[in-house]
Design a protein. Structure first.
Lengths: 362, 359
């Protein structure tokens, strides 16, 4: 919280320094979206696009939306962003971590265009904001279900890249699985991709071969669920980023749904009415950005009720998924009894908590 | 009935006519595709082929064409030398990655020293990285007679794994808050491959591509080694009688193409890409194979083909963003280009004959 206040103060300072140029509303906004994958991924990019469509629906004629799918993270992103800025976009949402440097580089050249970068930490100029969601809150709920549901006591996690965002998800998932079932063991497979159905399926297969019967994933496609579906109910999993409801009759027992619509509507709305300010947003279940998809009948009613109670206590702010005592993997203390993790620790998280085996790729 | 009949000698006319005919056929078939998707085909084709060069934002996009074409040309020329000799290096993507890692590694090792020798040494290191990676399939082929297509292709995946390791481990930015990716070269002037002339998108990679094209042209037309390459491809037995050492030719062709791919990677990582990151490679090594064939394996043809390919990328993005076309449609359009090229290419060696009677 402190960190965000600090940034808000900094943003206010910049606002004053720029003579209130931000404070004018606009009659029409062109909102543009840069996607790392195809809209049809059924996961991460799909949800961002749903958010974009919600903006269009909310503001109608006052907003024009544009998007570009499958933008590689690197030199190509810079070109796409420049084209969009030249093409008259007023606000550009870059929806993947790897767009961080390109976003900041292009933003420096177009001070009148607002840039919003998802999941990053760099705000080099006043027109760059960052936003993210507290997905680790959803991971806590999934971890609880996983711990209760596993029969082999082996649960798995398909991780994408060793960045704090992913590591905190793994830790949250493991801590709550362990709380629900002290015998649980976690296997993590690093796929090194956000979207590659073939690699994701291979990762799921590798986990299943090790005897894992609950799989969570931090990649964007439905491939891990498709792989789990081949086991005829022996292996369950979760929808990731999107509800993935088409697997409800099969392995999908719940999901984390990224709901970007409220944030996108808020930001574009602020641009329209002149209240836009630089921000570093990090909302969770309470803000509606992280939703827990329906827990299916495959989960016993009692476990479902516990999971929902966990969700509600997180939403109400009475429980923080990282509440001490928690030790790091090497046994050194991280959080004391009753202490909750400061945001700064989470945003830079590069360690496993005690009990997880294996190493974070370095 | 029409029948295909082998020509006694390859047609000179079709050799040169194939690429433009393929481009026109792609435009027609692509136009039909876009029309079927409910878009105005003329508008889409104009956005892809005309707007990047002459449209409203041409001042920016013209430069982007060379940025995109440079690495394609550099890699494709190296591949073309091998392809002409019947040596199939399919793994340029891996050599591109290794060139970038080795070159960037040298630069990052001496960070933040400022010296004008740093960048040239990195260039040499980049070429070395690509060369060394290409030597693996070359030596396996000459020693153990393995298939260089398979080995070089598989090594791409090995290189991608090393790239992931580099960006999360040994080349990770120590000031990056634990996030993967190396330092950005844009904030390290001694190692940066900055634009020499930005309106044209010219950086050292573009210079290297154009110079290499000229050198390769001279090699193929004026030099003994060029003659050996062509001979080995067209008549391997004759080449042997002529004293061409097949093993040495494999090592030379793989080495040149590997070194050029490595150079492309180095210029890209220090310039447009800016840093080693997990997704640093975006398929230049594979697209260059198309460029090599589109350019008829001729260095000057490859320069034109590289620009054409760059145009479909840059223009395709414009069409996708501005006209709301799905990215997959643009990829289909690019795929059509290769498809028509191969289809029309049949006419170089074969001709249609009207066949009367027999049925």
């Amino acid at each position: 919280m402190k960190r965000r206040n600090l940034l808000a103060t900094a943003a206010m300072g910049l606002l004053l320094a720029s003579g209130g140029a931000f404070a004018q509303g606009m009659d029409k906004v062109k909102a543009c979206f840069v996607y790392v994958g195809p809209i049809g991924d059924g996961g991460w990019t799909f949800q961002h696009h749903e958010g974009a469509l919600a903006v269009q629906e909310k503001f109608g004629d006052k907003v024009e939306i544009q998007w570009q799918e499958n933008v590689p993270e690197g030199a190509d992103a810079e070109r796409v962003l420049t084209q969009m800025a030249l093409g008259g976009c007023n606000i550009i949402f870059t929806t993947s971590f790897g767009f961080m440097d390109p976003t900041n580089a292009v933003a420096a050249k177009f001070p009148d265009v607002k840039f919003e970068h998802a999941t990053g930490f760099k705000r080099d100029s006043a027109n760059v904001s960052t936003y993210n969601a507290r997905f680790y809150e959803g991971r806590a709920v999934q971890g609880h279900i996983a711990g209760k549901m596993t029969k082999s006591n082996k649960i798995g996690y398909i991780a994408s890249f060793p960045i704090p965002e992913v590591v905190m998800g793994i830790n949250s998932y493991y801590l709550h699985a362990k709380k629900a079932n002290p015998n649980v063991e976690l296997s993590v497979v690093w796929a090194f991709t956000w979207f590659d159905p073939a690699k994701e399926a291979d990762a799921a297969k590798a986990l299943i071969d090790q005897g894992v019967d609950v799989i969570a994933s931090h990649t964007d496609s439905t491939a891990p669920l498709a792989e789990a579906a081949k086991t005829n109910g022996a292996v369950i999993g979760f929808g990731q980023a999107s509800d993935m409801a088409e697997y409800k009759d099969g392995p999908r027992v719940s999901s984390i749904i990224d709901n970007w619509a409220p944030y996108y509507v808020k930001r574009v709305g602020a641009l329209l009415d002149g209240t836009y300010e630089q921000a570093d947003a990090w909302e969770g279940i309470a803000g509606g950005e992280v939703e827990i998809g329906e827990i299916t009948a495959a989960v016993p009613a009692e476990v479902k009720a516990e999971a929902e109670a966990l969700r509600d206590s997180i939403a109400a702010g009475t429980y923080h998924p990282f509440t001490g005592p928690i030790n790091k993997q090497d046994g050194s203390p991280w959080l004391a009894e009753g202490a909750t993790a400061p945001d700064g620790d989470l945003l830079g998280m590069n360690f496993y908590v005690e009990g997880i085996t294996g190493d974070i790729p370095q | 009935m029409f029948r295909l009949e082998k020509r006694p000698t390859p047609s000179k006319f079709w050799l040169y006519a194939t690429p433009p005919v393929a481009v026109i056929l792609t435009m027609i078939a692509g136009g039909i595709l876009f029309a079927a998707m409910g878009k105005n085909p003329f508008e889409v084709i104009r956005t892809i082929f005309w707007d990047p060069v002459f449209g409203e934002f041409a001042f920016y996009l013209r430069g982007q064409l060379l940025v995109k074409a440079g690495p394609l040309i550099l890699i494709a020329i190296g591949l073309a030398l091998g392809f002409r000799a019947g040596i199939w290096n399919i793994g340029a993507e891996g050599q591109y990655i290794m060139g970038a890692i080795v070159g960037a590694g040298v630069g990052l090792a001496v960070f933040p020293t400022e010296s004008r020798w740093i960048f040239p040494v990195m260039v040499v290191a980049g070429a070395f990285g690509g060369w060394a990676w290409a030597m693996i399939p070359a030596i396996l082929k000459t020693r153990f007679n393995t298939n260089e297509i398979l080995v070089s292709l598989m090594l791409v995946y090995v290189a991608e794994t090393i790239l992931a390791k580099a960006s999360t481990g040994f080349l990770k930015n120590p000031e990056g808050m634990g996030f993967p990716g190396s330092r950005n070269f844009s904030s390290y002037p001694a190692a940066e491959n900055a634009f020499l002339y930005e309106p044209l998108g010219l950086h050292w990679g573009g210079v290297a591509a154009l110079v290499t094209a000229v050198l390769a042209y001279i090699l193929l037309t004026r030099h003994q080694a060029g003659f050996q390459i062509k001979l080995a491809g067209q008549a391997p037995r004759a080449a042997r009688f002529h004293g061409v050492n097949p093993a040495r030719l494999v090592v030379m062709c793989m080495g040149i193409s590997g070194a050029l791919a490595g150079l492309a990677g180095l210029f890209e990582v220090t310039g447009p890409a800016g840093q080693i990151s997990i997704d640093f490679n975006t398929g230049y090594g594979f697209t260059a194979i198309i460029v090599a064939f589109l350019g008829r394996l001729n260095p000057l043809g490859i320069v034109l083909a590289g620009f054409l390919m760059a145009l479909t990328y840059v223009g395709g993005e414009m069409a996708s963003t501005n006209l709301g076309l799905p990215d997959a449609a643009i990829q289909v359009f690019q795929g059509m280009l290769l498809f028509f090229l191969l289809a029309v290419d049949v006419l170089t060696n074969y001709r249609f004959r009207l066949h009367v009677g027999a049925h």
